[in-house]
Design a binder for this molecule. Sequence first.
Ligand code: ADP
Ligand code: MG
Ligand code: ZN
Length: 610
Amino acid sequence: MERRRGARTQFSIVYVLLALALVFLVQGLVARWLGRAEEVPYSQFRDDLANGRIAKVTFEEQRIVYTLRESSEGESVEGNFTTVRVDDSELVQHLVEAEVEFQAEPPPSGIVTALLTWVLPLIPLALIWYFLFRRMGSSGPLSIGKSRAKEIAPERTKVTFEDVGGVDEVETELKEVIEFLKDPSRFTAIGAKLPTGILLVGPPGTGKTLLARATAGEAGVPFFSMSGSEFVELFVGVGASRVRDLFEQAKTRAPCIIFIDEIDAIGQSRSSVAALRTNDEREQTLNQLLYEMDGFESNQGVVIMGATNRPEILDKALLRAGRFDRQIEVPLPTEIGRRQILDIHTANVPLGPDSDLDRLAQITAGFSGADLENLVNEAALMAVRRGDAKVGKQDFDVAIERIVAGLQRDTPLKGETRRRVAYHEGGHALVSQLLPNTDQVHRVSIIPTSKGALGYTMEMPVEDRYLMSEAVLKERLAVMLGGRAAEVLIFSEISTGAANDLERATALARRMVTEFGMSEALGPVRYAAGSGPGYLGRELGLESDLSPETASLIDKEVRRIIEEAQEQALELLRTHRSALDAIATVLQEREAIEGAEVGRIVSETASTKP
Ligand code: ADP
Ligand code: MG
Ligand code: ZN
């Protein structure tokens, strides 16, 4: 937060300076426009007067403005002339003699001028000020502290469960809430109490915000939404009063939903290390929120929903009974779910005959709903770039590649690096191809990505695997180490490129030993805490409680498993050396190779194997 605030200040100073510059500029322009007159010396004025060229003279407070007669040649002299007024007692006399029309303008030359020169230039300043405040997150300088709860009228929340895919279980859980919101009296009549606070918990992009919206849409009730980060304001105390306003507004519109998105921004545990430097503002806001939630009776017909992807950092007080006491998990979509989400997002996208959504759903394991939406969008952009009206398989392939591996960098690998990376990736691909239980190779590429990977092998999971046997895991390890093994085999040395592979392999092997009980030496005992690599993390870190002997035994077992996997990979590559060479050659030539071609190479070279 602190950093953002700093950035904001700098930002506004730049804006103020810009505004001032603009004010002077505009002011200058206006002044010029008002008195479009050429400045001449007083002597010139007297000269013109003496020669009878002057038609009209206006005396202003400080200056004299005059126009010339049409000259004898008929050419008219454009514009006015102005000169500084000097103490010239005979001037009037001369003017009368020369039959010049003259008048005086009362000082100061009119309110209009003042308005134009001063008020007009202030308008951009005011506008900029206004937008600055908008940016800072309040609708205007006068409304700081007023709740910005955006109330979306029932008819405007058109989102329904139709628009959310792959979360059937969540929808079922929310059905009851919807029934309640549709007709609270039905529930309150029999004294039934519903949980007031529902917390949607899940990784980013899985559709939590969308679901909250859809819940309001399904129930047809007003939807008040606010984001936790919005609460953190410029002035202390503002967040708290916003919360108060939000709840006040909502009460008058019941039945309705209050949705607090990214609630972790305010609900962070007060005792967490990050909060050692106490953030009064956040704490006040949180306290107000707790207070408001306590003051709620479920029969008031207001349902409070929250969303977070970091439930573990939430203050425990928020999760207590009567507050967000019902948590609903919104997980990453399964293959079926991904298919549904793809259907939703391709509804308005013309698909080519070769684009196969079933296959797409299959190869996008780990993608969130937002990723899939992004994928469809990227693919559509690719199609446009190709000048095609339909989105085809190739567009999706490139889009997946971009999303999985980050945007492609322009400079291709050269020379020795290119050869090394080709062998490395070829090693992964070949091992994967040769082992029976691994995922199919989808595509291998040595196009460097902006995320720093020099290449990657994309496997296509045959199905989402919830249960994996020890054999499958060991094969996975062998694939992970295949790149490194290829480097050892061909170059007799390893490069830093394998660091990430090692990291992943070590993590997997460790889980096999400590969580899955796959080591005989340690037995079927669980040594790790936490629920896997999920977003919930493993904050408890029980491993540190292990005895030193057990810890070193774990390390030994992890090492053994990895070494075995590496040996297996090496062995496979050695016996299929010609296939490895062939794949690496293709990669060096074309930078990418499709899974099918890897399969073909393997089956062709298998017979020529020594
Ligand atoms: P979260 O709040 O969980 O981070 P969002 O609800 O903001 O995720 O999702 C961002 C966008 O991704 C949504 O607007 C929607 O277009 C798309 N999206 C995410 N999940 C789904 C889903 N399950 N079904 C359909 N679209 C989804
Ligand atoms: Mg969200
Ligand atoms: Zn690798």
